[in-house]
Design a binder for this molecule. Structure first.
Ligand SMILES: [Zn+2]
Length: 129
């Protein structure tokens, strides 16, 4: 029972048996082969990542403007545009994907990019570049 309680692969309210996970793309249940497997098949993993690429590309230029063209971004209310865009993506998830999340957990993103926390970056904090 302890293993089941600690199994982070299951959705909180899922009735799926231990070792079974809902595919993050199609929503079908599948027997997971690895601890971090999120998809029932490679094509569904690819489809999920392609959706993220498409949405990320739409957001990228706005985020760069926020960081490097601050006056322009403020004038155009870029942060508000980003939030609106994200709300549209989420609504699309609700309507077309039964509400399944279309993003990776923030913890996964930070774990895959340890360089974001390296001492060199911390040392440069406060210096204008
Ligand atoms: Zn699937």
């Amino acid at each position: 029972m302890t293993a089941r309680l600690n199994d982070r692969s299951r959705k909180p309210n899922s009735n799926a048996p231990f070792g079974v996970r809902e595919c993050q793309w199609c929503g079908e249940e599948f027997a997971k082969r690895g601890g971090s497997q999120l998809f029932c098949s490679d094509p569904h993993k690819t489809a999920f990542n392609n959706l993220r690429k498409e949405r990320g590309a739409q957001l990228y230029d706005l985020f760069v403007a926020l960081r490097y063209e601050r006056k322009l971004a403020a004038g155009l209310k870029v942060w508000s545009l980003i939030c609106t865009m994200i709300a549209h993506f989420r609504e699309e998830d609700r309507q077309k994907r039964s509400g399944r999340r279309s993003w990776m957990p923030a913890r996964t993103v930070t774990e895959r990019r340890p360089y974001l926390f390296n001492p060199l970056r911390q040392a440069r904090k406060g210096k204008k570049s």
